[in-house]
Design a binder for this molecule. Structure first.
Ligand SMILES: NC(=O)C1=CN([C@@H]2O[C@H](COP(=O)(O)OP(=O)(O)OC[C@H]3O[C@@H](n4cnc5c(N)ncnc54)[C@H](OP(=O)(O)O)[C@@H]3O)[C@@H](O)[C@H]2O)C=CC1
Ligand SMILES: O=C(O)C1=N[C@H](C(=O)O)C[C@H](O)C1
Length: 267
């Protein structure tokens, strides 16, 4: 397999640090540089926790990084605003983005799709890299054909910035694609406490739980006459996302188009 040269944005983060371990431990991957808003000009080995990783420069300015470092793929695990800027800039420099960062708007996704079409370059946006989570979304989409009453409950650690999670939004979008719009609950229901029924997407309700101790969990509840079905996925650590990151990096090198969701590239 040809070597894939990778830049990681957000290397000190919960996901970014796990991705640094993945990339440096994979024989055909090379960590070419990292992007961080701290430690500009230093080497990654100067940063606590990364002492054993040699020859990886840290850049704050993505343009400078892309001008000085030869790279094939940018993995972004930062925040939505930063991630969008990184993905657009990477494409400008013919580097393929693999974005795990969540919180992108529909407009963000459409803009990236346009750039990919124009540049004929691959880009993968994956709201969830865990294979089990992708299956949970696909199973939910299948169940939604038969069960039209659905509530999505996503549960995450309390350091998460965006709500609802990218996975919950993607699940609702996938369900929406096969389910006729249906307003959930009683037609005359009234919230006596604002937010009690959660967020609404195409008539479905999404509830976001944030607690210390949690990592990333989601259950999709389906109800029908005299029966319920629950489809649930749990990530107990960030390593659970890494096989998906690896597949996305390998696949984006073979694609010349925009992909939103890992389910579109898994066999
Ligand atoms: N697709 C998936 O499977 C998954 C996606 N995620 C998503 O990934 C993203 C990151 O999550 P997580 O790792 O938990 O978050 P963290 O807050 O732990 O990590 C984000 C990192 O980005 C850094 N950062 C902020 N601004 C910049 C910048 N301009 N340039 C470079 N780095 C920057 C932060 O630095 P500092 O702390 O100094 O601000 C931090 O180290 C989130 O959007 C999350 O929802 C998370 C898990 C799985
Ligand atoms: O922030 C997280 O932790 C996670 N974010 C992603 C999301 O918003 O869906 C994926 C996973 O749920 C973990």
């Amino acid at each position: 397999m040809n070597e894939i040269k990778i830049i990681i944005a957000g290397p000190r983060g919960r996901m970014g640090s796990e991705a640094v371990q993945l990339v440096t431990a994979t024989a055909h991957f090379k960590l070419a540089a990292v992007l961080d808003h701290k430690n500009d000009g230093m080497m990654l080995s100067d940063v606590a926790g990364f002492q054993s990783i040699s020859n990886v420069p840290i850049y704050t300015d993505i343009e400078k990084c892309l001008q000085e470092v030869e790279a094939d793929v940018l993995i972004d695990l930062t925040t939505p605003e930063v991630g969008m800027y990184h993905a657009k800039t990477a494409l400008e420099y013919n580097v393929r983005p693999v974005v795990g960062t969540t919180g992108f708007t529909k407009e963000n996704l459409a803009e990236l799709e346009d750039i990919c079409r124009e540049k004929e370059l691959g880009c993968i946006i994956a709201p969830n890299f865990a294979i089990g989570a992708v299956l949970m979304m696909k199973f939910s989409q299948l169940a939604a054909k038969y069960f039209h009453d659905i509530e999505i409950i996503e549960m995450h650690h309390d350091q998460k910035l965006d709500a609802p999670s990218g996975t919950a939004v993607k699940t609702a979008e996938m369900i929406s694609a096969v389910r006729e719009t249906k307003k959930q609950g009683h037609a005359n229901e009234k919230e006596t406490l604002k937010g009690a029924r959660g967020a609404e997407y195409d008539g479905m309700h999404i509830h976001s739980v944030r607690l210390p101790g949690l990592i990333a969990h989601q259950q999709v509840l389906f109800g029908s006459d005299g029966q319920t079905l629950t489809i649930r996925h749990d990530s107990y650590n960030r390593a659970s996302f890494m096989s998906g990151v690896k597949v996305a990096v390998e696949t984006v090198m073979k694609h010349n188009n925009f992909v939103y969701g890992l389910e579109n590239i898994l066999d």
